[in-house]
Design a protein around this ligand. Sequence first.
Ligand SMILES: Nc1ncnc2c1ncn2[C@@H]1O[C@H](COP(=O)(O)OP(=O)(O)OP(=O)(O)O)[C@@H](O)[C@H]1O
Ligand SMILES: [Mg+2]
Length: 244
Amino acid sequence: MLLIKLGGSVISNKANYREFRYAAVESIASNLPKRDLIIVHGGGSFGHILARKHRITEGYKPWKTEGFAKIGRDMMDLNLRILDILLENDIPAVSFPPHAYHVMGGEMNMRIFEESLSYELVPLTYGDIIFHEEKGFDICSGDYLMLQLARRFRPEKTIFLTDVDGIYDRPPSLDGATLIPVVDEETMLQTSLEVPDVTGGMEYKIGMMRKIAKYSEVYVLNGFHPERIKNLMEGKKFVGTVVK
Ligand SMILES: Nc1ncnc2c1ncn2[C@@H]1O[C@H](COP(=O)(O)OP(=O)(O)OP(=O)(O)O)[C@@H](O)[C@H]1O
Ligand SMILES: [Mg+2]
């Protein structure tokens, strides 16, 4: 089985509110297997911009309700665009909005994923607004969902797609940034995000990836070169990072 995350940095322009990258998603979809697959996508500029403005990760406040609802709507919009492209590419995806099946702090409902897979459907879920047992409001990140799903389903391979070739020794926009082929406990990184990401930057992401590596092979690839997914799946050489 393959578990894959389409990062918000690939499927949207994170600097521009709700700018969708149709061509990128289309070419990723055409390179994915059609079965034995779970897909997660990030929020990109459909999620992070308003989530930061309304400080959703700091929890509920009465003034935040409109923003919370609006982000939920924008994420459904993004999800539907992706779902349409998957279906056009003969991937029988069924979408599950996290705010409708999970409350942060509680057990995650895995039954819907199990049922989907048993009917050879492809479960699709995403980073979303969510209720939280204590804080009231929160954001459920796509990276967190990746960990929960990897723990439950033990996919052979887990892939994170972003807008760069993999994990670098410093922010990829800086001079001299070098791609790290293998990230393990020894790797030291200098990271920062130029665009808003309310669920934390690279440190959080790499932490999740290293936990996932207990259950699955983990790779970070460039979503703008989706043929690399195929090369990886076929055991050929590929450009990217392996996380151990
Ligand atoms: N050391 C680093 N190595 C690789 N990428 C880095 C590094 N430091 C910062 N980045 C940035 O991290 C980004 C990927 O993480 P980010 O959370 O923005 O994307 P995402 O997870 O795809 O988005 P979303 O949270 O919406 O899914 C890349 O766009 C990259 O520019
Ligand atoms: Mg992120």
